[in-house]
Design a protein around this ligand. Structure first.
Ligand code: SUD
Ligand code: ADP
Length: 291
């Protein structure tokens, strides 16, 4: 087999609720996530030795055993006694440490890509189970689409697909540590999202209602750059504005491409990391193979 190509899609959280802190240190969550068209591009080529070698362009990420792609490849190699290695080339488009699951999605793309390259014949369900050993968001990223995630994020239920809409993302200069964001959360002072109403709004394909129900208990707007981005987003004719995941990326939803483009242009005036993308229409993730 020649080269296998995979796209690793970013995600946003439409809702993110935290129910309690568990004995294992993780938090029990209930959240609705959906995939975006914004994606990293990964290519995989087989090695006859057992080395896992990485290269990356377009973002500042480790290319050693700390990279989540390395962890995914190593896990498959160990678990199935694979005698091959792999060269992995990552073209990074998703901002890093941003709340968009870029690293998790790269790990999930590695599981899918190596399943094809190394001919392991695992089902997506089996890849999800393995993914949970790498990170809480990895199982969702294996299939993507729109899902309700429970447990620490690995218990998934596919729900109706998100309607097609435009999404403007703005990532402040700094990043947030996910562990710290969970750690400083005050569980006694939470306004819980209405997850059931959000599922109904998605089923009705009602973008305005979805926008009105956006809610994330991890969102923290106490930084000047975030306040500025939020003000500009709130002032535009968007369907809704929220911080994704543990942040700090802010996003705004639009039915209208013109209005999304207008916000994109005004944010570019003062924020370096701005993206205009779309919700990803559901489709089966399939590796592309070229010889
Ligand atoms: C907040 C979310 C929302 O989608 O996404 P991001 O903001 O990272 O994209 C996820 O829950 C992040 O998932 P992920 O980034 O895979 O987290 P992991 O690597 O499993 O965990 C990193 C750390 O976050 C904390 N953690 C994570 C998940 C969870 N349900 N409870 C936690 O308390 C733990 O301290 C853990 O050590
Ligand atoms: N392939 C990868 N892409 C992005 N980040 C990675 C990758 N591998 C490891 N990391 C590390 O994972 C951390 C979280 O990155 P990321 O997944 O982009 O954040 P988030 O979970 O907030 O969306 C970063 O500190 C980064 O150095």
């Amino acid at each position: 087999m020649g080269e296998v190509i995979e796209k690793a899609y970013a995600k946003i959280n439409l809702t993110l609720d935290v129910l309690f802190k568990r004995d294992d240190g993780y938090h029990e969550v209930e959240m609705i996530m959906t995939s975006l068209e914004l994606a990293d591009y990964l290519s995989f080529s087989k090695r006859d030795d057992k080395q896992i070698l990485l290269s990356a362009e377009g973002g500042s990420i480790p290319v050693n055993e700390e990279n989540l792609c390395y962890k995914a490849a190593f896990l498959l190699q160990q678990h199935f006694g694979v005698e091959y290695g792999v060269n992995i080339a990552i073209n990074k488009q998703i901002p890093v440490a941003a709340g968009l699951a870029g690293g998790s999605s790269d790990a999930a793309a590695t599981l899918r890509g190596l399943n094809t390259l190394w001919e392991l014949k695992l089902s997506l369900g089996e890849l999800e189970e393995l993914g949970a050993q790498i990170g809480s968001d990895v199982p969702f990223c294996v299939r993507g689409n729109t899902a309700l995630a429970r447990g620490r994020g690995e218990v998934l239920e596919l729900i109706a697909p998100m309607p097609s809409c435009f999404v403007v993302l703005a990532k402040p200069k700094f990043g947030f540590s996910t562990a710290r964001v969970y750690d400083i959360l005050n569980l006694n002072n939470i306004v819980h999202p209405d997850t059931t109403a959000m599922i109904a709004a998605i089923e009705s394909q009602d973008v305005t209602q979805i926008g009105a129900l956006l809610s994330n208990v991890l969102a923290n707007y106490n930084k000047d750059e975030i306040v500025k981005i939020k003000q500009v987003m709130d002032a535009s004719t968007t369907q809704g504005v929220l911080m994704s995941g543990s942040g700090p990326t802010m996003y705004a939803l639009f039915s209208s491409e013109n209005q999304a483009t207008r916000l994109f242009n005004s944010l570019k005036g003062f924020c370096d990391d701005v993206y205009l993308t779309k919700t990803r229409m559901s489709g089966k993730e399939k590796s592309e193979v070229s010889s």
